[in-house]
Design a protein around this ligand. Structure first.
Ligand code: CP3
Length: 355
């Protein structure tokens, strides 16, 4: 074991005592740690500047650019963790799926997955397929010092929703048609995606991620019964596959109030909560033994400092009895958000929770 590797996992030892990782482990913290989903992105003028003329997926494959974009919100906002700049469709692109991220739309898959024959288009992901990821982690861990770096991946259901729909959807009618109409094909598709996702997270942890977040952003489209029957085992496979590293596993979705218990049960150490369920109620649904992450409504940031502070006090009050709390928004930073409002929010949470 090399000197800078913690016995608890592969994360650099200097991040181990950070407020973020302590909160994930439900240990006492000097202040409530804060980071924001989509903190690296369009809300920052310096992001828009370095991305000028470079397509989203191209930027994800350039280690120098990934490192710069990942660091921008850390420098500007004093957040307690960095999140690796990438996108949930990067591992699919890396194994040869013809897809693109269209500005203002999102991921678009050239030929949607609809039949059993399409499964042959998914092969295993190897570290060589994403060597630029390993390279960017190397640059980042050298720069970040004691600030933890969060790795992430899309969960099987959310990835399948893009593959089967061919792009973003409000109803998920094609994905659900497969789930209800051909449950065996659906199960095989999610199982293949689970293997790819687990391999992609393992690459990131091996390269220095101190925690990982599994984004099942669109799982809120499912009833608890359907989630349990048709989705949960694939997400559990991913979370279980990386459990041996000992890095915290965060599991997040939008509109998942009815699924919080199951998403915890799938194998999360930290359950991400959107803004629809107060944290004390989320804690009841998740049960003991897990930390929570969330959950300020991202639109509150448009309402001015007083409103932001009032709503933040509500979130912090709801979090008071929790075993561990990582402050975040209930979903990603919206592109038109004032970057200074985010900086003020970090400062407010740190000050209000200083122990
Ligand atoms: O700071 C961070 O959180 C890291 C960066 C990050 C991106 N995508 C960059 C990005 C992360 C964590 C993601 C994850 C992601 N991508 C999710 C899960 C999180 C969530 O929001 O629920 C999902 C569902 C996607 C798919 C996706 N990619 C969407 C819906 C979009 C937005 C489309 C648009 O243009 O409005 C993208 C594109 C994307 N991913 C952008 C960024 C910064 C915008 C593209 C750009 O800047 O040109």
């Amino acid at each position: 074991m090399s000197a800078n590797v913690s016995p608890r996992g592969k994360q650099p030892t200097q991040t181990y005592d950070s407020a973020f990782l302590k909160a994930c482990r439900r240990e006492p913290v000097p202040h409530t740690p804060v980071w924001f989903m989509r903190q690296a992105g369009r809300s920052l003028p310096e992001y828009r500047k370095v991305r000028e003329g470079i397509a989203m997926l191209d930027s994800c494959m350039r280690p120098d650019l990934v490192a710069e974009i990942t660091l921008q919100p850390v420098r500007r906002h004093n957040v307690d963790a960095a999140i690796y700049f990438s996108d949930i469709v990067v591992p699919l692109k890396a194994i040869g799926i013809d897809l693109d991220i269209k500005p203002g739309i999102g991921p678009v898959v050239e030929q949607p997955f609809r039949t059993r024959a399409d499964l042959a288009r998914l092969r295993d992901l190897t570290p060589e397929d994403v060597s630029y990821v390993t390279e960017a982690y190397g640059l980042l861990t050298a720069e970040l010092g004691s600030t933890p770096l969060i790795g992430f991946a899309g969960a099987p259901f959310t990835l399948a929703s893009y593959l089967v729909e061919g792009g973003p959807s409000r109803t998920y009618e094609n994905a659900k048609a497969m789930m209800y109409g051909d449950p065996e094909l659906w199960a095989d598709l999610l199982d293949r995606l689970a293997d790819i996702t687990a391999a992609f997270l393992a690459v990131q942890i091996e390269a220095g991620a101190s925690a990982v977040q599994l984004f099942d952003s669109w799982a809120g489209a499912l009833s608890p019964a359907d989630y349990r029957r048709s989705v949960m085992s694939a997400s559990a496979k991913v979370l279980d596959a990386v459990s041996g590293y000992g890095v915290p596993r965060i599991h997040f979705g939008v509109g998942t109030g009815e699924l919080l218990g199951l998403m915890g049960e799938a194998g999360a150490d930290v359950v991400g909560v959107d803004w629809r369920v107060p944290l004390e109620e989320a804690a009841r649904r998740v049960g003991p033994g897990k930390a929570l992450q969330g959950n300020l409504d991202p639109t509150v940031l448009f309402a001015g400092t007083e409103a932001v502070e009032a709503k933040t006090r509500e979130v912090l009050a709801a979090a008071e009895g929790l075993e561990g709390h990582v402050f975040n928004l209930g979903h990603g930073v919206m592109p038109n958000t004032d970057a200074d409002a985010l900086t003020r929010l970090v400062d407010h949470v740190h000050t209000a929770t200083a122990r």
